[in-house]
Design a protein around this ligand. Structure first.
Ligand code: NI
Length: 390
């Protein structure tokens, strides 16, 4: 039997320790796939906790608290920081020029290590195994996908949980979302080829610029006419390149952008309609066009039963003050979606803002965290693991 007074004491200790770890991670942020120092520190701490661990990819770490019986639950934290210059003079501000933990991944790692400390102390009383996945490069190259390929979910993982800080919810609060949480993303590059001529003699050339302009506006009708008004999708062109002189019609224009959608069918439809629209619009102008797609993250879909477990655990068994049920998914992305394609689980949000303050969003150079959320995160992970293994 678990003694809950002792467990609370353990969580308090873990919280203190995790906050000091967070300060260390925050002070020494590392970009995606370069989390070498971070990785070393995590492995050292897992060793101290007597948690068997292995390196995966260049900087990923997988720890395992093994039990011969019961299910296996994986808990995941991402590790990478962002190329942002920190602009808040906190005592443990980033020591690395132009790099900052501006998405709270330092908090995610600290919370996971805190949970690992508590769980390693009560492992004989838990009916199952727990896997701790520290994953590189969430922000860039989809570390999740490569960790799965390397076998981080093998030999068996029954459930997976992940969390992300949320500065627009105050610390003490958590956010849950049933079903779809994040969109899928793909990027595209359109190359439009015409024929150059002097700007004063357009009849001598094929204007790739005009074709590009028609394509840019035309593509928005894919969203408004091919996707149901009750569904959501986005096509954004964020980059346009072409031309070299004010009086010259360019032969080539390149457009680059991103596609977001909330289901597989829309994702495929957007790609095929984009291709058609580009091809025929270019042709109508006598130009040629080529489209290249780069596949991004899939839609992140939570398992509703596990979301229920998180919700009930938070309300009944933790110091969480409020559970906010988020109504809408976001069109942003998160590579936790790859794990959820393989294993049922839930991704939820840890309120991390200061109460009563207009908190800066993630990816801001002024991003800050109310560290009260760290203890809450540890407690919720520990309690949810126990519930899932019951
Ligand atoms: Ni993030």
């Amino acid at each position: 039997m678990i003694n809950f007074v002792e467990l609370n004491q353990l969580i308090k200790e873990a919280e203190k320790w995790a906050i000091s770890l967070r300060h260390d991670f925050h002070r020494w942020p590392e970009l995606g796939n370069n989390e070498f120092r971070t990785s070393k520190r995590i492995r050292r701490e897992l060793d101290q906790l007597n948690i068997k661990n292995t390196k995966m990819l260049k900087t990923g770490v997988v720890g395992l608290l093994e039990n011969q019986k019961g299910s296996t639950i994986a808990l995941r934290a991402d590790m990478d920081a962002l190329p942002i210059q920190e602009a808040v003079p906190i005592p443990f501000a980033s020591e690395r020029d132009g790099i900052m933990h501006a998405c709270g991944h330092d908090v995610h790692m600290a919370v996971l290590l805190g949970a690992a400390m508590v769980l390693s102390n009560i492992k004989d009383k838990i009916n199952g195994s727990i896997k701790f996945i520290f994953q590189p490069a969430e922000e860039t190259t989809g570390g999740a996908k490569r960790m799965i390929k390397m076998g981080c979910l093998e030999p068996k993982t029954d459930y997976i949980l992940g969390l992300h800080v949320k500065p627009d919810l105050p610390a003490g609060t958590i956010g849950i979302k049933y079903g779809k949480v994040h969109a899928s993303s793909d990027t595209f590059k359109i190359t439009i080829k015409g024929k150059t001529s002097h700007g004063a003699y357009p009849e001598m050339g094929i204007d790739s610029m005009i074709a590009a302009a028609q394509i840019i506006t035309g593509l928005q009708s894919v969203i408004s006419r091919n996707i149901s008004p009750l569904n959501s999708a986005v096509i954004t062109i964020g980059k346009i390149n072409g031309g070299s002189a004010v009086n010259l019609i360019p032969d080539t224009v390149i457009l680059e952008g991103t596609i977001r959608s909330l289901d597989y069918q829309s994702r495929e439809l957007l790609k095929s309609r984009l291709k058609e629209m580009v091809h025929w619009t270019a042709k109508a102008h006598g130009a040629k066009a080529e489209v290249r797609f780069e596949k991004g993250y899939p839609v992140l879909v939570n398992d509703n039963l596990i979301v229920d477990i998180i919700k009930n655990t938070a309300i009944c068994e933790t110091a969480v003050e409020k559970v906010v049920e988020l109504k809408d998914p976001t069109m942003g992305v998160e590579d936790f979606s790859y794990y959820l394609e393989k294993v049922p689980g839930a991704f939820f949000f840890l309120g991390s803002g200061y109460k009563g303050k207009d908190n800066e969003g993630i990816h801001s150079e002024k991003f800050e965290v109310d560290e009260k959320c760290i203890g809450i995160g540890i407690e919720l992970l520990v309690m949810a693991v126990m519930k899932l293994l019951e």
